[in-house]
Ligand binder design. Structure first.
Ligand code: AMP
Length: 360
């Protein structure tokens, strides 16, 4: 695909990762007449059902990655822990969006936080922790309550230990076990909010309305729009997202998750993390917008004009986690509710099995 010409219908999008985000991307691509090719390191994943072509191979299988990249017109990712090297390998044979650098930054919480700081964007106070001595020193400076997080491969609260008081130090030391980590102040936020931004190949940027998110056990439980936050805070949230996508010369959808600490706080918004991909807190856009985050990601990476991000309804998206999915017959019978199931066979606790969006 050249930098200028948009990918016409009939073209193929390669997606690294086979989860529900890949599945919903493939469904959105199909609506535009584009085909998807999913690359996953495990067989039988949710995205395979929505896409014509699949590759099952390891993320360090260079030959398989190159063959995949040659078979598609553009490569993207559906989870940020795809090894950045895998993405770089595919870039030798195909156009790749988002930029590898955005994926690299988001994969390491320390680099991510330093990136924010260097752009004047507030984050929770943090300190790098590699050893038990670092941990002692970090607890001295950051204080308690705080959270010990692994630098890499953490999501949905995985790889996190709360240090409520010094009595938790033993657990924290055991959890650390030599894994590069950081200690982060626990923020008594008023609300969690996220902004989904989309940036096209021309550099045009659009935003979906910020959503207010509620987590349970560190897993997203619910996202609602409108967020109910003051308009100037929503503007500030969009401005933060704009600065991030512009710096990366980003193409595609990127989500910025933030803590709202109250209008009177010294720094009302703090960035928790970024996701260089479509995001769970944007699932409401499928039903409440003409063009969803999934379609806009596809449009952006395919070089199409971005679609409208306007919202035609208020919405609440609720995740179906683990056994929640068993309520599907009841949910399917409710007025004004869109049911989305991901086709996962086993409803393990904590596993995202589907979601429902209620429109108002
Ligand atoms: P994360 O894995 O960083 O996305 O964190 C998952 C969830 O844990 C967040 O959405 C918050 O609800 C909570 N959390 C993470 N970091 C902090 C923090 N520094 N202070 C308070 N809550 C946090």
């Amino acid at each position: 695909m050249t930098a200028e010409a948009p990918l016409p219908p009939g073209g193929t999008i390669g997606i690294l990762g086979g989860g529900q985000l890949g599945r919903m991307l493939a469904m959105a691509a199909a609506r535009l007449g584009l085909t998807c090719h999913i690359y996953s390191d495990v067989p039988d994943v949710p995205a395979f059902e929505g896409a014509l072509h699949h590759t099952v191979a390891a993320y360090d299988d260079e030959a398989a990655l190159l063959e995949f990249a040659k078979a598609v017109d553009v490569v993207t990712v559906e989870f940020e822990n795809v090894p950045a090297e895998a993405l770089a390998t595919t870039a030798r044979a195909s156009a790749v969006f988002p930029p590898v650098r955005a994926v690299e930054v988001s994969q390491d919480r320390l680099i991510e936080k330093e990136f924010m700081k260097s752009h004047g964007i507030a984050v929770a106070p943090f300190a790098c922790v590699d050893t038990e001595r670092d941990l002692e020193a970090a607890v001295e400076t950051i204080g308690t309550p705080s959270l010990l997080k692994t630098r890499r491969l953490g999501y949905d609260g995985k790889g996190q230990v709360k240090i409520a008081t010094r009595a938790d130090m033993e657990t924290a030391r055991a959890a650390l076990a030599g894994v590069p980590s950081l200690l982060e102040a626990f923020i008594a936020f008023e609300a969690e909010v996220s902004v989904i931004a989309v940036r096209g190949r021309s550099g045009a940027v659009s935003f979906y309305d910020p959503s207010r998110n509620r987590h349970e056990n560190q897993i997203l439980a619910e996202s609602r729009v409108p967020s109910g936050l003051p308009a100037d805070i929503e503007d500030a949230a969009r401005d933060i997202a704009a600065r991030i996508v512009d710096d990366f010369d980003y193409v595609g959808v990127l989500c910025v998750e933030m803590f709202y600490c109250g209008a009177d706080a010294e720094r009302p918004l703090m960035v928790n993390e970024i996701a260089p991909r479509v995001h769970n807190s944007g699932h409401w856009t499928i039903d409440a917008c003409i063009v969803s985050q999934f379609e806009n990601h596809v449009r952006a990476i395919a070089g199409w004009p971005l679609g409208t991000t306007a919202r035609h309804s208020d919405a609440v998206m609720t995740n179906l986690i683990g056994a929640d999915v068993q309520d599907w017959p009841v949910l399917a019978g409710r007025d004004g509710v869109a049911v989305h199931l991901y086709g996962k066979r086993e409803a393990r606790p904590g596993r995202k099995m589907g979601h429902v969006t209620r429109l108002f």
